[in-house]
Design a protein around this ligand. Structure first.
Ligand SMILES: C[S@@+](CC[C@H](N)C(=O)[O-])C[C@H]1O[C@@H](n2cnc3c(N)ncnc32)[C@H](O)[C@@H]1O
Length: 240
């Protein structure tokens, strides 16, 4: 995969080694960004990769990385048909990377019907009063499982979009970062990914908030280090 110019800033550091940084704002595709993140952040080999909310795998389009797919919905025919809050049958310490792109909005209020919009955005999960009008309740049990199935120092890459629900902004990315730290991850970085157009539903009649044309990719490490460390500095398990 070729990454477009401007997304990686190349310079030469004082000691003569090439200095490559990722821009904190990403205008390319998810697949390009995933490829860069999987080169830039890992302390250990970034494989195998588990995509815990695979759907049809749009975020991998154009990538040639091998991905183990998981989804709760059998119609997507995933490698592992499972609830990522349980991950039944998945052994501990198995993956170098877990990728998470959960539903961003849910069916709201008394409207229990499933619309095209809901299906496209995976928004078929309860998100009403009993859940505080957010989907953040999904995160803690998932994070516990992600930590269990990740190897030490493995990466969790999460695509999170904030939402407006029941007339209030709900800051899902803040919830996710706090909950990830509570679950024992180190939240290492945050990248703003720009969408070509905002998510729009024909159910929305009036606007009171800015239409979101971005989401966040949150980079978490299953360990205490915020920055990647050399494999030689890791205990022996880091090299397997
Ligand atoms: C926003 S979509 C993911 C889109 C996907 N990344 C892509 O590029 O095509 C969210 C997906 O998460 C799945 N999902 C929702 N809750 C889940 C759970 N508890 N366990 C596993 N998958 C879940 C949904 O079935 C849906 O396919």
């Amino acid at each position: 995969m070729t990454v477009k110019k401007g997304h990686l800033n190349g310079q030469v550091a004082d000691n003569g080694t090439p200095y490559r940084a990722i821009s904190s704002v990403w205008e390319g595709s998810d697949a390009e960004l995933l490829d860069v993140m999987l080169t830039f952040y890992p302390s250990i080999k970034p494989s195998p990769i588990l995509d815990a909310t695979y759907n049809v795998g749009r975020i991998w389009r154009g990538s040639n990385r091998r991905v183990v797919s998981m989804d709760i919905d059998p119609k997507y025919n995933p490698d592992i048909l499972a609830d990522n809050r349980v991950m039944k049958g998945v052994r501990a310490n198995r993956f170098g990377v877990v990728v998470y792109d959960p539903p961003h909005v849910g069916p709201q209020g008394r409207d229990k019907s499933v619309k095209r919009f809901d299906v496209d955005f995976g928004a078929t999960v309860e998100c009403g009063k009993q859940h505080g009008w957010t989907l953040s309740y999904l995160y803690p049990p998932f994070l516990q499982q992600a930590k269990r199935v990740l190897k030490p120092e493995g990466l969790l890459l999460a695509k999170i979009t904030d939402m407006v629900n029941n007339h209030r902004s709900r800051w899902a990315h803040c919830d996710f970062m706090r909950m990830a730290e509570d679950a024992g991850f180190t939240v290492c970085d945050l990248i703003v990914k720009i969408r070509k157009g905002p998510m729009v539903s024909n159910r929305w009649k009036t606007a009171h908030h800015a239409r979101k044309r971005h989401c966040f990719w949150i980079i978490c490490r299953n360990g205490n280090s915020c920055e990647r460390v050399q494999q030689s500095q890791l205990p022996l398990w880091g090299n397997c």
